[in-house]
Design a protein. Structure first.
Length: 210
């Protein structure tokens, strides 16, 4: 009888401990929520990739990818974004060891490389539009501008986010919430790098094939 009572007390105590633990820590909730955001972004880009794959040949008698794409310019863009991903990774290592100078240096290099990538992409768009290759010219161009433009918009948001995070780091230091947001930015930036590699392959490399 006493054993049964003691077992009930143990079970009750375990349940009490679990109930008193409360909700998951904020870092767990924020991390989970951010992964859901990244997955939803991937779903969106998957739809854009699918649309482009279907419409890639629908040029309506206008200029095609083989005539429009400058492989040298795209190669430079890719190199810039890959290097920015590396500098972002170095920034993350500096954040883990709480080194201010290395963190700001990594962020500055990432920002400069990302800005250079964005400038080249905007120059590419401007050149295409000057040739009359506007989004409304054909289904191919509509799909192209939607896919590549969405990635460029994400890069723009990422650069603004990075500047904001450096301001927060300057004002608040390596507080848990700041470190968590910086790691979320790092995940976001690396995801953009992966998406660009897919764009480079599907749009620019396969786009010049006959």
């Amino acid at each position: 009888m006493n054993v049964a009572v003691e077992m009930d007390a143990v079970r009750h105590g375990e349940l009490l401990d679990i109930s008193e633990a409360g909700p998951a820590p904020k870092r767990i909730i924020a991390g989970f929520g951010f992964w859901i955001f990244l997955l939803s972004d991937i779903v969106m880009f998957s739809a854009l990739f699918a649309a482009y794959a279907v419409l890639a040949k629908a040029s309506a008698g206008g200029l095609t990818g083989g005539q429009l794409f400058d492989q040298r310019n795209v190669a430079i863009e890719t190199a810039l974004l890959l290097l920015s991903s590396y500098s972002c990774g170095m920034m993350s290592l500096a954040i883990n060891s709480q080194r201010y100078l290395a963190t700001f240096l990594g962020a500055a290099v990432t920002f400069l490389l990302g800005s250079a990538f964005l400038a080249l992409e905007l120059n590419e768009f401007q050149g295409m539009i000057a040739l009359g290759a506007t989004p409304q010219r054909s289904a191919f161009l509509s799909a192209f501008f939607a896919l590549v433009g969405s990635h460029g918009l994400h890069v723009t948001v990422g650069l603004a986010w990075l500047v904001l995070m450096m301001v927060q780091l300057s004002l608040r230091g390596f507080q848990d919430v700041v470190v968590r947001r910086l790691h979320c930015f790092s995940l976001f930036w690396h995801a953009l790098d992966i998406i660009w590699v897919l764009i480079f392959t599907v749009v620019y490399l396969m786009g010049v094939l006959p």
